[in-house]
Ligand binder design. Structure first.
Ligand SMILES: [Zn+2]
Length: 487
């Protein structure tokens, strides 16, 4: 869960009911440039509020300068371009209509030169210039009207229960193959015209391939989910580079500048944003802890921390319900939503914290659901703990819902309160060695394959050159916690 959640909570609660019920096609056709810019601005705000930005002025300024320079190469240099780094460990980049472009701190820690980053950002600028994301946002708005994202929640409950609004959905929608191909082509042109060695884009695709392989059959990095087929795109980019016959002699790569900029950047999940110790969730920044039932599968997302029962028939989640809002006000807002019936009241305080708790029922496409919702005040924030299941199963899960609610309390573990994230550290080599030897001499809290990956190298046996600067990852929570925190 992200610290930015507190500020965002109020808008998140209201989100979802303000959408224009136009069809995607109609919307697309009527989107003027000013509307496109406005949509992007709103979605960008939501992204920043829900994901949070990575707060490092040096890194922010660097990314923005690079982005502004690339934007001048596009056919739409006068858009209100903005470039941000989001607080997200995954390898990802995305663009919104009309100018906002985001890169994750995860991709910054993974890339190895300014030219590689220019390739990624040039590609995203290509989506904006070609208005691909305007189309996507229209589709996302329509998708949200249907709430067809596998949610078992009614729209009313979803306004508390959802973990992503339209701004975030945009990122998870796939662009068409044609759009991707066009953005790749535009990105290469922008970076080349801006003086960068566009061959670096090949390194980006190789790195993405490695990220994909290292992730195994499991979860793909998000940039690959939304930008499929890095292998094909690598081939296509090689072909394109041959065709344009551009002479890249002396073109900018800026490896050292880039590495110096990201020196010290947080790598991997940031335990300051909450982590699990078994079923106990601890949040060092927000200073609370909460215990989830044994055997339930847990997940920490920027907006909420949630757990699903072993049979996947019940969910409990905790999220901020508002700052400057009392538990009573938050409860009132929740129950004033259409389609939600208020049931019997439950306990009114949790370990002395002011709380309003009640059972509720709601009609959804999948039938009647019910559960227990508790709003409690802690540290100037009202928190919502929402447990729900099929209406007939509420009794069966009641003890579990209550156990989560009553386990909420201040963070007491000093070590957990002071936990620090892992960070990138630079090492300049004075002799040749393999990645494997590097890992022995300068250990990282990572597998050796991942050390190779973040250095743009293929394998543990790959050579590293003397005089070059490389990355290692130091510090961070003990290994088991890190694994637990991984999404
Ligand atoms: Zn793309």
């Amino acid at each position: 869960m992200n610290t930015a959640v507190r500020a965002a909570a109020a808008s998140v609660l209201l989100f979802g009911c303000v959408r224009n019920p136009a069809t995607g096609k109609l919307q697309l056709d009527i989107v003027s440039e000013s509307q496109e810019v406005e949509m992007g601005k709103q979605a960008a705000q939501e992204v920043q509020q829900t994901m949070g930005t990575y707060k490092d002025p040096k890194v922010e300024a660097y990314v923005n300068n690079l982005g502004q320079s690339l934007a001048k190469q596009t056919t739409r240099p006068n858009l209100p371009w903005q470039f941000h780094v989001v607080e997200d460990a995954s390898v990802n980049a995305f663009a919104l209509p009309g100018g906002p472009v985001f890169v994750t701190r995860g991709i910054l820690g993974t890339l190895n030169s300014e030219a590689e980053l220019a390739g990624v950002m040039g590609h995203e600028c290509g989506h904006v210039a070609a208005r691909h994301s305007a189309t996507q946002l229209s589709k996302a708005q329509v998708a949200q009207l249907g709430l067809g994202l596998g949610s078992i929640l009614s729209p009313a409950v979803a306004s508390v229960g959802q973990v992503a609004g339209a701004g975030l959905q945009v990122m998870f929608l796939k662009f068409s193959r044609d759009d991707e191909s066009q953005a790749d082509k535009l990105g290469l042109a922008y970076m080349a015209n801006d003086g960068y060695d566009a061959r670096s884009m090949l390194e980006v695709f190789r790195t993405l391939n490695r990220v994909s392989k290292l992730a195994g059959g499991g979860k793909l990095p998000q940039w690959l989910e939304t930008h499929p087929d890095p292998e094909n795109r690598l081939g296509a980019a090689e072909q394109r580079l041959k065709e344009i016959k551009h002479d890249f002699t002396g073109a900018k790569v800026n490896r050292e500048d880039y590495l110096r900029t990201i020196d010290g950047i947080v790598y991997g999940e940031d335990p300051r944003q909450g982590f699990f110790k078994g079923q106990l969730f601890l949040h060092p920044e927000l200073k609370f802890q909460v215990q989830f039932p044994e055997g339930w599968k847990t997940q920490n997302t920027p907006q909420a921390v949630a757990a699903i029962s072993p049979k996947q028939d019940a969910i409990v989640q905790l999220q901020a319900a508002g700052q400057g809002t009392s538990p009573e006000q938050a409860a009132q807002k929740f129950f004033s939503q259409k389609g939600i019936q208020r049931g019997q009241a439950a306990q009114t305080s949790v370990h002395g914290l002011p709380a309003v708790a009640a059972y509720f029922a709601a009609q959804t496409d999948q039938g009647q659901i019910g559960g227990l919702v508790t709003f409690l005040g802690y540290n100037n924030t009202t928190w919502a703990i929402l447990g729900y299941t099929a209406a007939a199963a509420v009794q069966q899960h009641d003890a579990e819902f209550k156990s989560v609610t009553t386990s909420f309390g201040p963070l007491t573990d000093a070590a957990a309160a002071n936990v620090q994230p892992a960070k990138i550290q630079l090492v300049k080599l004075d002799q040749p060695m393999t990645v494997e030897q590097f890992q022995q001499k300068y250990p990282s809290n990572l597998k050796v394959e991942e050390v190779a990956l973040i250095n743009g190298l293929d394998a543990p046996a790959s050579p590293m050159q003397p005089g070059q600067t490389y990355k290692r990852v130091v510090g961070g929570p003990p290994h088991d916690q890190q694994k637990q925190a991984a999404r």
